[in-house]
Design a protein around this ligand. Structure first.
Ligand code: G3P
Length: 229
């Protein structure tokens, strides 16, 4: 499963991209509205940093305007994927954008039926929101499983994208269910790093190495190409 970052923050993308683990990014109007920079500037910079698909969302509710906004967003950068909220208008716009060759991420999908309609309209990605389902006491794992199991037998090319992930277990669940992509907030990336045994292990290795000063000297010489191997 590929990992995208779900953010409007260039700083967060810079940091996680430097780890070498980012395949793409997703933004939405709420995330972009939190930032100081304008949406165009942020989307373009994020595209440059991730060098992969970056979803930028249309806001109109009219299908023709959705298509016009989508085409305009695509002029920002070749990596832009047009994010379209699920609705009849969104399906119409998706079909038209896809016919023009634009990639589309159909968002706000909460059921297998919505996923089937999104796939039939040609969506490149179908975004199912786990956290928001859990928020209303609907089992997000069951819904995501049903979406994956419903789309796979039909051989559709739409990729299932797990979104609205709130903690690392959501990420593991999405991977085990066979989602092609998960999009994670920065804080979930950070939570995925943490394990007390990793920290303790690094501290112990460092202390043991430093207990032999000659080891440090040897490594310094090896690194600078002067040591006897
Ligand atoms: O980008 C869409 C989605 O990931 C939003 O997540 O936490 O606002 O439900 P959240």
């Amino acid at each position: 499963m590929r990992l995208f970052i779900d953010t409007g923050s260039v700083r967060e993308v810079e940091e996680v991209a430097a780890w070498g683990v980012l395949s793409g990014a997703t933004t939405n109007p709420s995330l972009l509205a939190k930032e100081e920079s304008g949406p165009g500037e942020a989307i373009k910079r994020i595209c440059e940093l991730v060098q992969g698909p970056v979803s930028a969302e249309v806001v109109s509710r009219d299908p023709k305007e959705m298509v016009a906004e989508g085409r305009a967003l695509r002029t920002l950068h070749e990596h832009v994927v047009v994010k379209v909220p699920f609705s009849p208008a969104g399906l119409t716009a998706t079909r038209e954008l896809r016919a023009d060759g634009h990639p589309v991420n159909m968002t706000l999908v909460f059921s297998a039926n919505q996923a089937l309609l999104s796939a039939e309209a040609g969506a490149t990605y179908v975004s199912c929101f786990m956290g928001r389902l859990d928020d209303i006491s609907v089992d997000s794992t069951a819904v995501l499983r049903e979406i994956v199991e419903t789309l796979r037998p039909g051989g559709v090319t739409s990729q299932v994208l797990a979104a609205s992930l709130r903690h690392p277990m959501h990420v593991v669940t999405a991977a085990k269910l066979g989602c092609e992509v998960s999009t994670l907030p920065y804080k979930v990336f950070q939570a995925m790093l943490a394990h007390p045994l990793t920290t303790a292990g690094i501290d112990k290795f460092e202390a043991d190495w430093q207990s032999k000063p000659e080891f440090g000297q040897w490594l310094e010489e090896l690194t600078s190409g002067q040591a006897v191997r």
